[in-house]
Write a protein that binds this ligand. Structure first.
Ligand code: UD1
Ligand code: CA
Length: 437
């Protein structure tokens, strides 16, 4: 544990032109969660995090709405126009006065950064009594990144952007990952001194390295081992690559914890889903959001679990079944072609093929709950119109539309009696062809 407070500045004002989208780049999602959410979560999951300042600019209101709705300890600060990364950080300085702690700066478009890495980065800064620490990485192809420049004694003295670099500097493979830790009362004066006399006419955050070296401050670099973590998203191709990387980590972790995944390449499971050992996941399963799945379940093939599912042990979620915000207790089967939303299913419930919980009223826009108690069952193609409760061991006849609560041990059925009308078809044919005979 550090005995310092830490604040973060998250840069998210840029346009993200290469996404070719009307939506701001940082609101593009992986597993239904915006890129910015991954970054704020990683920052918040380090020890000692106090508050976050998100620098917004392009489509600022949309980004701010997301941040406000999801994070109590984050404040948005407008940067308009966007004059560079140094100018962006400078916009936060009036909010962080007389702060005797550390400030980390991260970019809003690097969703693969982990809390563990940020934590060890901050501890490295602390252990070295550093004033400024820059995260760096070694890239075989360092193109487009700022290069870490060292003097004859290997001392880190500056960062030079690709567009300003000499051929010799371009050959350097150690790059600036764009993540910084600052002892705030030592570094906060750097931002007023930045100049924009460079190839891009911008105020570069990277120039604080040279400034700090000139002030004889303690400047360090922390070399990141797993380059993947600083992968920045600039295009939809990279968004898909990041999804794969995140998914691969998630399914690998689950398999190491004892979950059997038949085909990791066609199975997508969000990092915030936990699954217990001996559960079997068949191909083409897509699980987003936060979910808890127990032991010995069988999920898929082709199942979709959207968010907020709490599934017990020995549960079967079969093909073409969608589950949203529902609790499903032990030994219950939802085996084929069902939608279960905003529901609570007890144990030993059997949901017949094609059963639908009608949870949403599109006129009132109200979502309601369906409760199905222990041992109840629904026949194929039942529609349960919420709010509705099916009590213990009750049985729903196939094809029924249930609009009232059903008491325990009873049968509820809305079907009209079956009639088989003999020769009905032959009479019709006769009528139709009547005159021509
Ligand atoms: C930056 C670094 C570079 C580093 C790279 C790592 C500078 C000058 N260069 O370059 O050394 O290798 O990141 O990925 O900092 N932003 C704002 N306001 C602005 C400009 C940018 O909020 O006025 C935000 C962007 O939305 C983005 C982040 O800052 O999230 C980085 O900006 P970007 O233009 O992508 O910087 P790079 O050229 O990649
Ligand atoms: Ca970038």
């Amino acid at each position: 544990m550090l005995n310092k407070k830490v604040k973060s500045i998250i840069l998210a004002a840029g346009k993200g032109t290469r996404m070719k989208s009307d939506m701001p780049k940082v609101l593009h999602s992986i597993f239904n969660k915006p890129l910015l959410g991954y970054v704020i979560d990683a920052v918040n999951n380090t020890d000692c995090m106090d508050e976050n300042y998100v620098i917004v600019g392009h489509e600022a209101e949309k980004v701010e709405d997301y941040v406000k709705a999801n994070y109590e300890n984050a404040k948005c600060i407008l940067q308009s126009p966007q004059l560079g990364t140094g100018d962006a950080v400078n916009k936060a300085t009036p909010y962080i006065k007389d702060f005797d702690g550390y400030v980390i700066v991260v970019c809003g478009d690097t969703p693969l950064i982990t809390a563990e890495t940020l934590q060890s980065f901050i501890e490295f800064h602390d252990n070295n009594y550093a004033d400024l620490t820059v995260m760096s990485a070694i890239f075989e192809n360092p193109k487009n990144y700022g290069r870490i420049i060292r003097d004859k004694n290997k001392k880190f003295v500056a960062i030079v952007e690709e567009k300003d670099a000499t051929p010799e500097q371009k050959a350097v493979k150690e790059i600036n990952a764009g993540i910084y830790c600052m002892t705030w009362n030592k570094i906060c004066n750097a931002f007023n001194n930045l100049q924009n006399n460079n190839a891009q006419g911008e105020y570069y955050l990277t120039d604080i390295v040279k400034w700090a070296v000139e002030q004889n401050l303690n400047v360090q670099s922390y070399i990141l081992e797993n380059n993947e973590e600083i992968f920045g998203i600039n295009s939809k191709v990279q968004l898909a690559e990041a999804t794969k990387i995140l998914n691969r980590k998630s399914v690998t972790r689950l398999m190491e914890e004892g979950v059997q995944i038949v085909d990791p390449d066609t199975t997508f499971i969000s990092p915030e889903t936990t699954i217990e050992a001996d559960t079997l996941i068949l191909p083409n399963v897509y699980i987003t959001g936060k979910n808890k799945i127990g032991r010995n379940c069988k999920i898929g093939p082709f199942a979709h679990i959207r968010d907020g599912a709490v599934i017990g042990n020995n549960v079967r979620i079969g093909n073409f079944v969608e589950i949203k915000k529902s609790v499903i207790k032990d030994n219950t089967n939802v085996s084929h072609l069902s939608y279960i939303g905003d529901s609570e299913l007890g144990s030993h419930v059997n949901i017949g093929a094609g059963t639908i919980t009608a949870n949403y009223n599109p006129i009132t826009k109200v979502k309601s709950k369906t409760i199905i108690k222990d041992g109840a069952n629904t026949g194929s193609n039942s529609v349960l119109v919420a709010p509705v409760t099916i009590e213990e061991k009750a049985s729903i006849g196939a094809g029924s539309v249930i609009t009232k609560n059903v008491v325990a041990y009873s049968l509820a059925i809305t079907r009209a009696p079956l009639r088989i009308i003999k020769d009905w078809v032959s009479r019709k044919i006769e009528q139709l062809s009547g005159g021509n005979k």
